[in-house]
Design a protein around this ligand. Structure first.
Ligand code: ZN
Length: 415
């Protein structure tokens, strides 16, 4: 599979969110998947047939909407001599915008990975599951934390940590009552510990064996127990063979999972999460500098630095969800841009023109995702762009403490 860039991945993810939000009043939203091997001619015949079938739809509005959606797809299909390299997907139909209004939407998508099956569906929502396949994470690692008291099993999927199982043991502490019974007590403790390790090994193996794409396993814990557990082969041999290394962590519960990932990402530098952490650490180092700092953050500062062309690395939180609205006065052509949060977008009404000084309301004529806007400028000035998830502590603080936008400058400048 070709490598999908961060930007493609992001744009695609947003497109899917948009498609998911489209709802039809009735079964009138059409999804059509055309694999690269399918002849356009065949697709056309298929649609013609659907078209005549749809003449029988009882409800007049639904019939009208379905027919016009099919017509729209057929006319778009004319632009293709053959399907593109990875095939093409059409999502066309009338989505409902209010209780009595609908709006025709049409998306033509060329997916980053090939479509495998031809599919036509007419429903009250778009059928997007096959497209979501693109996001199936292929970088998966098992996480296992244990000592004599606790065992935590988790999974690292890309840059996301999931807790799957937490168990506690009844192995008694190492200190018995002393004297004659001490040795007997120790022996019982060892038996209990062995049983505990067997249980942990079985549970972890059971969970990890269901993960098809498991690339490796990280084992953590505070004491020597984890190494003993690994050396004594308590895991299923297939899982045992996937152990990459053991790491020291302070906790063996849910907190330990993040510690373990952090520790592993220090040595496993090609992990997705390591890359995110690494670039964020570079930024944090700059932020704390009192002199000649290369850090900028917040929309205004980052925008200015981008326009000056002095950004070396741009850091954008994947969860930013902000838009740049371009507004224009219809009377004097005065233009103004404004950034609006996604939630505020629907209620946003453009201000009156500050130049004419009249009561003429400006017209918002263009809406750009801030991530797209900034990435485009960054590309032009040759800056590196990193889309940062909130799955690591560092990524989360980019979102919360630095409003999701930051940059590292090429050289210190006053901004
Ligand atoms: Zn004006």
């Amino acid at each position: 599979m070709a490598e999908i860039t961060q930007r493609q991945r992001y744009d695609f993810k947003r497109k899917i969110e948009e498609l998911k939000s489209c709802k039809g009043k009735h079964t009138e939203l059409i999804s059509l998947y055309v694999p690269p091997s399918k002849q356009i001619f065949d697709v056309n015949s298929y649609l013609k047939n659907e078209y005549s079938q749809s003449q029988n739809i009882k409800s007049k509005t639904t019939r009208k909407n379905v027919l016009s959606a099919i017509e729209s797809i057929m006319s778009r299909l004319k632009y293709f001599k053959q399907p593109p390299e990875n095939g093409v997907v059409f999502f066309v139909g009338h989505r409902s915008v209010s209780s009595d209004q609908t709006e025709m939407v049409a998306y033509v998508i060329e997916p980053p990975i090939p479509i495998t099956t031809f599919l036509y569906r007419c429903d009250s929502s778009f059928y997007i599951e096959p497209l979501e396949e693109v996001f199936t994470e292929r970088e998966i690692y098992g996480l296992l934390l244990l000592d004599r008291r606790e065992c935590t099993i988790g999974i690292l999927r890309g840059n996301k940590v999931e807790l799957l199982k937490y168990m506690t043991s009844r192995v008694p502490g190492k200190h018995g009552r002393g004297g004659q019974s001490q040795r007997r007590f120790e022996r019982l403790t060892e038996i209990a510990a062995h049983e505990w390790f067997v249980k942990c090994g079985e549970k972890a193996s059971e969970i990890f064996l269901t993960e098809e794409n498991l690339k490796g396993i990280f084992v953590g814990g505070s004491g020597p127990t984890k190494q003993y557990f690994v050396d004594e082969d308590y895991l299923h041999y297939e899982i045992q063979n996937k152990i990459i290394d053991t790491f020291d962590t302070g906790y063996t519960d849910e907190f330990g999972l993040k510690e373990l990932v952090s520790a592993a990402s220090e040595t496993m530098t090609d992990l997705k999460i390591s890359k995110e952490k690494k670039v964020m650490k570079r930024f944090f180092k700059e932020v704390t500098k009192t002199e000649k700092s290369l850090a900028v953050y917040g929309e205004a500062q980052v925008r200015k630095a981008l326009e000056m062309g002095v950004i070396d690395t741009l850091l954008l939180s994947e969860d930013l969800r902000k838009y740049r609205l371009k507004m224009k006065c219809q009377a004097c052509d005065y233009t103004e841009d404004r950034t609006v949060d996604e939630e505020a977008l629907n209620d946003f009404s453009p201000p009156t023109c500050s130049k004419c000084n009249t009561s003429i309301q400006m017209e918002a004529h263009e809406k750009i995702d801030l991530i797209d806007e900034f990435s485009d400028i960054a590309e032009k000035i040759g800056a590196k762009v990193h889309l940062i998830s909130r799955n690591s502590e560092e990524g989360d603080s980019l979102y919360r403490a630095f409003s999701g936008l930051a940059g590292i400058l090429r050289y210190p400048v006053d901004i």
